[in-house]
Design a protein around this ligand. Sequence first.
Ligand code: PBG
Length: 339
Amino acid sequence: MSTSSDYSHALIRRPRRLRANPAMRELVAETALRPADLILPMFFADGITEAREISSMPGVYQHTEDSLLRAAHEALDAGVRCVDLFGVPVDADKDFNGSQAWSETGVLNRALSSLRKEFGDDLLIMADTCLDEFTDHGHCGVVTEDRHRNVIVDNDATLPLYQQMAVAQARAGAHIVSPSGMMDGQIAAIRAALDEEGYQDVAIMAYSAKYASAFFGPFREAVGSSLQGDRRTYQQDPANLRESLLEAELDIAEGADFIMVKPALPYLDVLTRIADTSPVPVAAYQVSGEYAMIQAAGRNGWVDLDAVMMESLTSIKRAGANQILTYFAVDAARALRNA
Ligand code: PBG
């Protein structure tokens, strides 16, 4: 029969030794977040005279030009080196094909050019390359009917519109375009169009594994979405992992410089599987609903907001993300600097 002293003698492996104090914990930490890992999504809106807070995303604003530039300076001062721009047109500027997406005077292209003019190459300007904010029906591409009269988004008819949009974004000053519409072949189409117009230096961050997720809910308010229904015929089914590997493989073959998994925290298994083999950087997008839930619980005093923010971002990085798109980017960067 073993006694308690025998037992403790046998216990030569004591993992707690490496957790004894902050210096030891930092010495053995496997994952470190950096401000430069973080990408801040931002919304630039027409039809407002001052920044408007999005009610379901406290601390996130639809910006005017002034407030956009101010917020971008704050991000850069905190150490964030990349922002991702979404445009919010007034309803009167939306149409069937989303033509303001490639107009030089469209809301998003104006935001891109004023940011590029202000920051040059100090702050990377990324553009959302998708039509849903610009179409009057809110879908990500050209809407048509299939032979059974179901309303669908026409994949191949959408690709030339994405090409025009990406070229307009590059012309406006985007360093990175980020196709988020989940059309098959969109990366190859956009790469070809950018190269043909002389924008070989503009990078593509592909939303490769993008799920038809209810976690996008608050984003619909943020961009004043016109969508009725859902995107399940083009975004992925949350039940599936294997097809994400195919999506990533196709996007890399088509020329994606970065690939992305979205949402982040509910899809860490997908992120890890993709990150394990990807030869290009892998980003993850902590989406509006993830942000809203953490904010809501934090503001209710149900969780420690700052601690949960940092833990969620650390977990996304630990799972394999190289870059994280997050509405917490500035708060997290500041917390890292003050740590
Ligand atoms: C589509 C797009 C969406 C988001 C980013 N790009 C919405 C959608 O696909 O329905 C969601 C971002 C978020 O929820 O934070 N252009």
